[in-house]
Ligand binder design. Structure first.
Ligand code: XIL
Length: 367
């Protein structure tokens, strides 16, 4: 009798688990759940997503991600369109969105040479630049005190050879501006994590410059909690060795390592990195897959993502977050940069918000 009851229970469990399995589409799960003991999983959000305009996209975001970075709405051109006049409307909506859906917000970004307000780009006097620098950080970091989990305090301050980029900030304020940005942000928002973020900073020369930059911040007495490796990489050319060496080297500085803007470029381009001012002309060869991705490329993309996540899992004790730069292929900035109007496929979800083979490879590492 007892055995019979036991067998019945086992049978019911098997039947039930089988039903739920089929119910939720085989294999489809949630990245944030799968990696919850390893690192947080983020995405970049645009205005339409923050306003929840498309319910399918919205459900996907809520299901998959537990942290988000605004793709544009916290950049200085958008937050301070006129000198001293701030527009927090859209960025405040992002904070509400995060609260509502239990998604932590990484502020992006306080000090960056791109997407600066027009008035700022034309500034000549050192005093004006200093005023902008101080006021922007104090006002924005102060406004989001206790509301954002972290800030990309400074973005892309380095050249490829590891020297400091000749930005308006370096020209007018000298190299101390970086540590000063961290000090001011900490003062305005003491409990927020503070990061330095860049692209190609897994490459040896730029990495060496980045390490120097981080050490200078630390030596100045300001706090830095982490470094972001943007992770705009290229199909079949993921620099796994450089990435691993960088994870180890940055972590040895006592800070968190994050992959902050992950996507894999599959279209032809004659340079690497993510300098938003670089643009190329549109030709017929530059957009080879307007109607869909050949299987061989889909497979390579899946293999590349799998190799990356294997590496991230190997160093999960050093990696705090992995953020994709966009929710699905249709939203990706790579459809319009560095060439406008292309059809790109860099992410884990396709234009219909369906998971791609790459998604199953990534999540398969945890199943
Ligand atoms: C990109 C956005 O995705 C685009 O919508 C915008 O037109 C340009 O900037 N490095 C960064 C991000 O730190 O802020 C950039 O985002 C991509 C490169």
């Amino acid at each position: 009798m007892k055995i019979k009851t036991f067998m019945l229970v086992v049978w019911v469990i098997i039947l039930f688990s089988n039903f739920t399995y089929q119910d939720t589409k085989p294999g489809i799960d949630s990245l944030k759940e799968a990696f919850k003991n390893d690192f947080t999983i983020g995405t970049a959000l645009n205005s339409a997503q923050i306003e929840e305009r498309n319910p399918t996209v919205n459900n996907l975001i809520i299901q998959q991600f537990n942290v988000a970075t605004p793709e544009n709405v916290m950049k200085s051109a958008l937050l301070q369109p006129k000198w001293g006049i701030y527009d927090f409307k859209m960025a405040d909506k992002l904070i509400e969105y995060g609260n509502k859906h239990n998604i932590k917000i990484n502020g992006h970004t306080l000090i960056w040479h791109s997407q600066l307000p027009g008035f700022m780009r034309r500034m000549q006097s050192t005093d004006s630049v200093k005023t902008f620098f101080n006021d922007h950080i104090k006002t924005v970091a102060g406004h989001y005190k206790g509301k954002v989990f972290s800030w990309d305090v400074v973005n892309e301050a380095l050249n490829e050879d590891g020297t400091l980029r000749n930005s308006i900030f370096l020209q007018k304020l000298g190299e101390g501006y970086i540590a000063e940005a961290f000090r001011l942000t900490q003062e305005a928002s003491p409990d927020t994590e503070l990061y330095y973020n860049d692209y190609n900073n897994e490459q040896p020369a730029k990495r060496a410059g980045c390490i120097k930059l981080i050490k200078k911040i630390q030596e100045s007495g300001a706090r830095i909690d982490g470094v972001g490796i943007q992770g705009h990489w290229h199909l079949g050319k993921i620099p796994l060795k450089d990435i691993e060496e960088s994870i180890l080297a940055y972590s040895a500085l006592g800070i968190k390592v994050m992959i902050t803007e992950l996507d894999i470029e599959i279209l032809p381009r004659n340079f690497q990195g993510a300098d938003v001012s670089q643009r190329l002309a549109n030709t017929t060869e530059s957009n080879p897959y307007p109607n869909g991705l050949p299987d061989s490329i889909q497979k390579q993309l899946a293999d590349d993502y799998e190799a990356l996540f294997k590496l991230f899992l190997k160093h999960k004790d050093k990696i705090a977050r992995v953020t994709f730069w966009g929710v699905n292929d249709g939203d990706s900035w790579l459809n319009n940069w560095p060439i406008r109007g292309r059809t790109n496929y860099p992410l884990l979800f396709d234009r219909n918000n369906e998971p791609k083979p790459a998604y199953f490879k990534v999540i398969g590492l945890k199943q």
